[in-house]
Write a protein that binds this ligand. Structure first.
Ligand SMILES: Cc1cc2nc3c(=O)[nH]c(=O)nc-3n(C[C@H](O)[C@H](O)[C@H](O)COP(=O)(O)O)c2cc1C
Length: 376
């Protein structure tokens, strides 16, 4: 009798859990007008319309990382996407950091150091500022995409009210439980929980927490699921059916994938970056402030490794470091030279496939579902 009961408990409990995970993911997809619960990660500088269209064709959601785009460019991106498909997409902005000063002595040290890695840093390099955030926000309201996402902080009350009036959903990127609770209280519709494994910048609201509080997805998703009622989109290190299925089991309703799409033919990154992703082991990426001044996960390039040494100058705060490294990064892409290239990548980079993003999207969801069915 006892044996039978144990058997029933062991068999029936996972069956229920896995079944409800798939149902939860299917509900998220249908609530957001997509076929498959997979979102392309918004990637500033690496999100051509072609990539979003390919993901949308695979039943997922496209994305525009608009950080570096002026309003006209943002509007053009949306027009081009909409001229091909009426599928949903998200547009993403970074909440600006408070300005942090840089001493002339520190700047001088950095300029001298960076001149070894690329063209001479021009005298007016730090006047290369980012587009105006309020104007970008206004462009997003004009476009009225199905979803607007934030990273590095939260939108203010008045912007949230305006997006809600237009029926736009707010997807808030978070990197800790505390940030998820804050996002829910501020009116977010969805939290995108990005783990420490993920490629690109950490979304920590406070830049000083980005390295100290790096939380992996295995801890982040269940903690958020236990305390926050919003649907969770898991991001970071997801690139195949196994990784997707495990995040659904932990409590996610969908996944967001960045690096896993960067080798698709519809992506436009430099060949040396794509090749480095293809051969990267989990330990071949690192968290670095060397490119922008904000911590992010990149391939451990020669430049990023050198900047981690004790005898090199500290990176300037974001966005000044970004401006100072602009010439070096641009030249490295032009010359297809990985050593000084800004090559963001997550810890599952080696799983990224050279396949159409349409196929990647379909395959990952089919494989995640098949895995769950097998375990049932
Ligand atoms: C090249 C690159 C640029 C990114 N830029 C942004 C961005 O502008 N805004 C944002 O919210 N996330 C950005 N991310 C994070 C992705 O949207 C996504 O959450 C992340 O890539 C997931 O981790 P993965 O790369 O391991 O799949 C970027 C990631 C990469 C790889």
């Amino acid at each position: 009798m006892l044996r039978i009961q144990l058997f029933v408990t062991k068999k029936s409990s996972p069956r229920m859990t896995l079944h409800s995970c798939i149902k939860r993911a299917e509900k998220f997809a249908s609530d957001n007008g997509i076929e498959n619960p997979i979102l392309l990660g918004p990637m500033a500088g690496a999100c051509p319309v072609s990539l979003s269209i390919a993901v949308a064709k695979g039943g997922g959601m496209g994305a525009c990382g608009a950080l570096l785009m002026h309003p006209e460019k943002i509007k053009k991106w949306a027009q081009e996407f909409r001229s091909i498909t009426d599928a949903p997409f998200q547009m993403n902005l970074w909440i600006p950091d408070a300005e942090a000063p840089l001493s002339p002595e520190h700047e001088k040290q950095l300029r001298t150091y960076l001149n070894n890695w690329g063209p001479e840093v021009s005298a007016d390099a730090t006047s290369d500022t980012l587009p105006n955030f309020q104007e970008q926000c206004a462009a997003l309201l004009d476009i009225a995409p199905p979803a607007i996402s934030s990273i590095m902080g939260l939108f203010d009350e008045s912007f949230v009210a305006q997006i809600k009036e237009r029926g736009i959903k707010w997807f808030a990127n978070v990197s800790t439980l505390e940030e998820a609770v804050m996002a829910e209280a501020a009116g977010a519709d969805v939290v995108v929980a990005k783990g420490y494994e993920g490629g690109g910048h950490s979304g920590a609201f406070n830049p000083d927490n980005a390295t100290r509080c790096g939380v992996g997805l295995l801890s982040l998703i269940p903690a958020i699921a236990d305390s926050v009622k919003l649907p969770i989109v898991a991001a970071g290190g997801i690139a195949d059916g196994r990784t997707m299925a495990s995040t659904l089991l932990l409590g996610a309703s969908a996944v967001q994938i960045g690096t896993g799409f960067l080798r698709a033919p519809e992506s436009t990154i430099a060949p040396a970056w794509s090749d480095a992703i293809g051969v990267a082991r989990p330990e071949d990426t690192m968290i670095t402030k060397a490119y922008s001044g904000r911590a992010g996960r990149s391939i451990a390039t020669k430049y990023a490794l050198a900047m981690a040494q004790d005898d090199t100058p500290e990176p300037a705060p974001y966005p000044t470091q970004r401006a100072l490294t602009h010439a070096m990064r641009t030249a490295a892409v032009k010359e297809n030279r990985l050593e000084a290239m800004q090559a963001w990548a997550g810890q599952s980079a080696g799983m990224a496939q050279v396949k159409s993003a349409t196929k990647i999207t379909r395959n990952i969801w089919a494989s995640a579902k098949a895995l769950c069915d097998k375990l049932n």
